[in-house]
Design a protein around this ligand. Structure first.
Ligand SMILES: Cc1cc2nc3c(=O)[nH]c(=O)nc-3n(C[C@H](O)[C@H](O)[C@H](O)COP(=O)(O)O)c2cc1C
Length: 423
């Protein structure tokens, strides 16, 4: 049986051990939950989460998570590109001291990956944003809270102060100033600006499954919910009873639209006005770490760096924005060359430890994973997310050993070979 490392693995650690002093050998990876439910025991890899979530979530909600835009060309390529690379492992190197710990902005995380920002998580999982943030904090990895979220950012900052905040901002200076001020007052230290959403993409799959924000009440929506009783009772009804109808809480300084409404439309503001001048404004106002997410062109990486951002995330938004946008993995080396030494992070399609190692070899300082963690939160709450973190960290640990390396710094282009895309 495969060792998922959740029990009896002496190399597994809890966050407090990770930060504790006097540790002799470096920790290998974050620990999973103490005890796994039967449902979670059946999840052996991140890819197992998707069918489980399909069975658990109402069709429009699952469709919203899984889908890309238009023909899913970018989403598909985000996975395919990893298969274009293979490994050149080294042997007989003594890998007993291996550690996947990764340092970013002066903080050492237990693993080189974090949780990407995902909107409306609290509709997919009960208290979804908090569940993701707490699981990440427990595992000592970063979690990025989405600006399109249904939990007040202040509540997440209080529960998990290390969480990062991601903003979608319109090209409207007063609204930018008010939100940035609110995020700072809440105590966040890291702010991310997502820049690949100047206009909404065409996601026909959402129309086909009946998904929209806000969701429109209909017989079909009621039916889709009714045939997912576990979600209906334990996520939706529980949320309504305990916290009332969820609203978009963090798009701006003030509360936005409810998640279910007949006639209300979401105020997305002048997002298509957003430009580098607004980034300058944010940089001048925000004293913490500032990261730009959604860079694909080396030239944009250079401009961002020159404007004083602290890091960039190379991303095509999980293939959910411009369909056909190049996979970030293909752009990593070119972007790293223009980054002038600021941290370059990457997301899109990571599902395996080997994917993480490939991205690191191509120059990523850190990576983020989206969909699988939201599926994990939906089907298993905080335990589900911790289990998913542990699965990926366990794979990285194994893969490092098999690659013949003790530290991620050893993962360079010499450890990869490129297959021809057609093979
Ligand atoms: C359901 C869902 C919601 C998302 N919401 C946001 C968001 O609010 N802000 C953002 O910057 N990116 C958002 N993204 C993109 C992710 O942050 C990330 O770039 C992408 O999911 C990475 O690809 P992966 O899912 O293949 O790992 C979302 C992605 C998904 C799947």
């Amino acid at each position: 049986m495969r060792d998922t490392g959740h029990e009896g693995n002496s190399a597994a650690i809890k966050a407090e051990d990770f930060h504790g002093s006097g540790q002799q050998s470096p920790p290998r990876k974050p620990a999973g939950p103490a005890k796994l439910s039967r449902k979670l025991r059946a999840i052996l890899s991140l890819d197992d989460l998707e069918p489980a979530a399909r069975r658990h979530l109402p069709r429009p909600l699952f469709g919203y998570i899984v889908g890309g835009s238009e023909d899913n060309a970018s989403r598909t390529d985000n996975r395919a590109v990893f298969k274009e690379y293979g490994f050149v492992p080294r042997v007989l190197t003594d890998v007993s001291k291996r550690s996947q710990a990764a340092t970013l902005f002066g903080k050492t995380y237990a693993a080189p990956f974090g949780i990407a920002p995902m909107g409306i998580s609290a509709l997919m999982a009960y208290r979804g944003d908090l569940v993701l943030a707490r699981a990440a904090a427990e595992a000592s990895i970063p979690m990025i809270m989405s600006g399109s979220s249904l939990t007040r950012l202040e509540e997440v900052a209080e529960a998990a102060p290390e969480t990062w905040f991601q903003a979608y901002l319109p090209g409207e200076p007063p609204r930018i100033e008010a939100l940035v001020d609110r995020v700072a007052r809440a105590g966040f230290e890291t702010l991310l600006l997502t820049v690949d959403t100047a206009v909404l993409a065409s996601r026909e799959n959402n129309v086909r499954t009946g998904f929209s924000t806000p969701l429109r009440p209909s017989l079909r929506l009621a039916y889709d919910g009714a045939i997912r009783p576990n979600w209906l009772v334990n996520t939706f009804a529980r949320t309504l009873l305990r916290h009332g109808m969820p609203h978009f809480e963090n798009s701006y300084a003030e509360r936005g639209a409810p998640i279910v409404a007949q006639n209300i439309t979401r105020d997305l503001g002048l997002r298509d006005h957003l430009n580098w001048e607004h980034l300058k404004q944010i940089r001048a106002q925000w004293k913490g770490k500032l990261i730009v997410k959604g860079i694909l062109a080396p030239e944009d990486a250079r401009i961002a760096r020159e404007q004083g951002v602290d890091g960039i995330i190379v991303s095509n938004h999980g293939g959910r924005q411009l369909d056909g946008a190049i996979s970030g993995l293909r752009q990593l080396p070119g972007i790293v060359a223009e980054s002038g030494g600021i941290p370059v992070m990457f997301d899109g399609g990571i599902r395996r430890g080997t994917d993480v190692l490939k991205a690191v070899a191509l120059g990523a300082d850190f990576v983020f994973v989206g969909r699988p963690f939201l599926y994990a939160a939906a089907i298993g709450g905080q335990d589900g997310v911790q289990h998913a973190i542990n699965l990926l960290a366990t794979e990285i640990d194994q893969d490092m050993g098999l690659m013949g390396i003790n530290s991620l710094k050893e993962m360079g282009p010499d450890k990869l070979y490129r297959r021809s895309p057609a093979s």
